[in-house]
Design a protein around this ligand. Structure first.
Ligand code: NAI
Length: 465
């Protein structure tokens, strides 16, 4: 029976970092080394000051503090670490392709292929290669082909072990996973590899929550779990617009729908739209895969989830403009929140970016406060859109470390992220410092709207009239 003593994880990002930290915490007898080609990122993981870890997640600092230097290591020595490991996780990014065939939809597997080639070149003993990244169904086929043809006689088993953690609750999700999914080959060697990974998770995950499947089911389950989650958000968001037109209240509708035990209450909160690096990318990928098999209706069905989300972001921006008398040119608008959700410093595909872009096209002046996102990241996100020059973004968008400064002299405050601290602000003080009529656009429905109206605010909330 194979016993794993050394693990290597390629990719020290939002998934690789927290996942390996928890494996190291729960399995002190296994040496876990996370490698990355990004030196700055590795340095940040090794920083003595835990505030500087590159990923912000509640309690992640404690897990890292417990395991780092004991059996958790971060390194840029990719080849050496691969060579010594019995099990290699691939946790690199798999963004949407920005060029060529499948541009804007298909997953870019360049980094995955590079990893496979690197593993093959660095290996001089048998290894289990684990796909942790979210990959299109049948990617393991390509990985296997590369490993077997370039690996020089070394034997590789490929497993699919998609990660279901959600940012903002990564540590909790990892420590108390709903399920762990492991896909592998239905051969004696395949089963042995599956068992080796099951044994690792079994240190803290109840055995009945560890599901084993064939590789293809495992790969496809991750894409489709994200598609179904995003679909719930788009469903409730589509109903929020109908609520605004009919004087129904989306929170009441959501509670009523969610009380049905067949539906359940989670993921039915209306908002300015979903963001994050995964939902959009994975659905686009699902759409692309479906189309490539000629399944037009299936592709169109899932594509609508994205269209609805784009509509919701645009609708929010338009609402702000309309309420500000159809002109925001030269007006200061305060943004509370930039991260795509609370308790993370990740801003990828955040709704805030698109709402800001829309308002900037109308020449608004935007002032941003987010408790965990730095100015550099915010400018970077806007520059990535290539809608206007970097100088223009710098002159129209300013970032403050004090929320009250951000709101001062603004015409409107927009809530873009559901950070808890926003609820505890002195809203009277904010009101007093703003231009009148002072308006609040609650894109997350987290504030006490009645109290705000009492102060004198005009309040717009999603799905309420
Ligand atoms: P990320 O972009 O934060 O991290 C990826 C890291 O891989 C980067 O630091 C990059 O420098 C490194 N890398 C790329 N190529 C490399 C190579 N050849 N050698 C060494 N390092 C290399 O990405 P993130 O968010 O961690 O996502 C990774 C995968 O996990 C993606 O496939 C994603 O879809 C999936 N996933 C993400 C979740 C999330 O919440 N972010 C949740 C579940 C799955």
């Amino acid at each position: 029976k194979k016993k794993i003593t050394k693990i290597c994880c390629i990719g020290a990002g939002y998934v690789g970092g927290p996942t390996m930290a928890v494996i190291a915490q729960k399995c002190p007898h296994i040496q876990v080394t996370v490698v990355d080609i990004n030196q700055a990122r590795i340095d940040a993981w090794n920083d003595e000051n835990l505030e500087n870890l590159p990923v912000y997640e509640p309690d992640l600092d404690q897990v890292v503090a417990e395991a780092r230097g004991r059996n958790l290591f971060f390194s840029t020595e990719v080849d050496t670490v691969i060579k010594e490991a019995e099990m290699v996780f691939i946790s690199v990014n798999t963004p949407t392709k920005t060029y060529g065939e499948g541009k804007g939809q298909a997953a870019d597997l360049k980094w995955i292929e590079l990893c496979a080639r690197q593993i093959a070149a660095a290996s001089d003993s048998d290894k289990i290669v684990v796909e942790k990244s979210t990959l299109p169904v049948r990617t393991a086929e390509a990985v296997k082909d590369i490993l077997r043809n370039t690996g020089g006689g070394v034997k590789f088993q490929i497993l699919s072990n998609p990660e279901f953690l959600a940012e903002g609750t990564a540590v909790e999700d990892l420590q108390q996973a709903d399920r762990v999914l492991i896909g592998g080959e239905n051969s004696p060697e395949g089963k042995e590899a599956i068992q080796a990974l099951v044994d690792i998770y079994a240190h803290w995950i109840p055995r009945e929550k560890i599901l084993t499947t064939n590789v293809w089911s495992s790969e496809l389950s991750k894409l489709t779990a994200n598609a179904v989650l995003a679909q719930r958000v788009s469903s409730i968001n589509s109903l929020s617009e109908l609520c605004e037109a009919t004087e129904a209240d989306i929170d009441e509708v959501s509670r009523a729908i969610g009380a049905d035990s067949r539906i359940g209450k989670k993921f039915l909160k209306a908002s300015v739209g979903f963001g994050g690096s995964c939902f959009q990318k994975d659905i686009l990928n699902l759409v692309y895969i479906s189309r490539s098999y000629g399944l037009t209706e299936v592709a169109d069905y899932w594509e609508q989830v994205i269209k609805m989300n784009d509509h919701q972001k645009g609708r929010f921006a338009k609402k702000i403009i309309k309420s500000l008398y159809n002109t925001v040119s030269g007006k200061k608008i305060a943004f509370l929140g930039w991260a795509f959700k609370k308790d993370t410093n990740d801003t990828r595909e955040s709704a805030a970016i698109y709402v800001a872009d829309h308002l900037l096209n109308e020449k608004a002046i935007i002032s941003v406060y987010d408790p965990k996102v730095k100015e550099k990241q915010i400018q970077f996100d806007l520059n990535c859109l290539q809608t206007r020059s970097e100088e223009e973004n710098r002159s129209l968008v300013n970032v403050e470390v004090d929320p009250y400064e951000v709101c001062k002299d603004s015409h409107a405050v927009a809530i873009l992220t559901e950070w808890d601290e926003f609820k505890t602000y002195d809203w009277q003080k904010i009101y007093d410092s703003m231009l009148k009529p002072a308006q609040v656009f609650d894109g997350r429905n987290i504030l006490d709207h009645e109290a705000l109206r009492k102060i004198g605010f005009r309040v717009y909330a999603i799905g309420k009239s």
